[in-house]
Design a protein around this ligand. Structure first.
Ligand SMILES: [Fe+2]
Length: 242
């Protein structure tokens, strides 16, 4: 990570402006709001927006490789196999499928709940982390102050929610359609979308997300995840909601 040192001075401007302070490119590798929420069938597994070891030591490379390449791929395969049989649903976006879960044909509801949720939850997870974290825009920072009192209060609430998930699930920062923020938990691969909220970022507390490095120390994993939050991307999503 030599970028940011004197060597930066000799790099072309387009390169320096496309890197954050940690030297990770942030122009085109990260999914846009549309990429995340408006993808349609057939769904695809995009590469991680950074190297598998880029989030070390908070999240180790082996965990990232297995989590992304096997667990996420499995949700995706099951989702595509299920939707393949429902031509009428193939034009719906992933967020329409998951948010409209209860209106889908009964034969596909559980599959979309588990594997549609599993897909969008993980796409959001990968794309709202970045080595070293990043900064929120003023509109999101102001909303956090308004709804939580401070960023520290949000951190405390989110980490507490993650620790309180019984078994497998997620803790989220979510927004309603008017931009009001809240911290919510979901079990398994359920998404806040099904409850009418837009997830802005979330922490995966399935054991597959952390057990290789942390074993039973979920709290340490969640604390370290907090420092990876790509607040600039979270802000971009928030600004599409309000
Ligand atoms: Fe996961």
């Amino acid at each position: 990570m030599a970028l940011g040192s004197a060597s930066t001075l000799f790099l072309p401007a387009f390169f320096t402006t496309s890197c954050n302070a940690n030297g990770v490119r942030d122009n085109g590798n990260f999914a846009s709001y549309d990429d995340i929420f408006n993808e349609t069938y057939p769904f695809t597994l995009d590469p991680l927006p950074y190297a598998a070891d880029a989030l070390e030591p908070a999240i180790d490379a082996k965990t990232m490789e297995i989590h992304h390449g096997r667990h996420h791929q499995a949700y995706l395969n099951n989702l595509n196999n299920g939707i393949e049989e429902y031509e009428d649903l193939q034009g719906l976006t992933i967020s329409e499928l998951v948010s409209g879960l209860n209106d889908l044909p009964s034969g596909i509801q559980t599959l979309v709940q588990n594997h549609g949720g599993g897909h969008i939850n993980h796409v959001l997870f990968w794309n709202t982390m970045i080595p070293g974290g990043s900064d929120a825009t003023s509109s999101l920072a102001d909303a956090i102050d308004r709804d939580f009192g401070s960023l520290d209060n949000l951190k405390e609430e989110l980490i507490s929610a993650a620790g309180g998930v019984f078994g497998s699930g997620w803790a989220w920062l979510a927004a309603d359609s008017r931009g009001a923020l809240s911290v919510v938990q979901t079990p398994n691969q359920d998404s806040p979308l099904t409850d009418g909220l837009t997830p802005l970022t979330g922490v995966d507390v399935w054991e597959h997300a952390y057990y290789l490095r942390y074993q039973n120390l979920r709290g340490d994993y969640v604390e370290n995840w907090w420092d990876l939050i790509h607040w600039e991307k979270v802000s971009e999503i928030y600004e599409q909601v309000v």
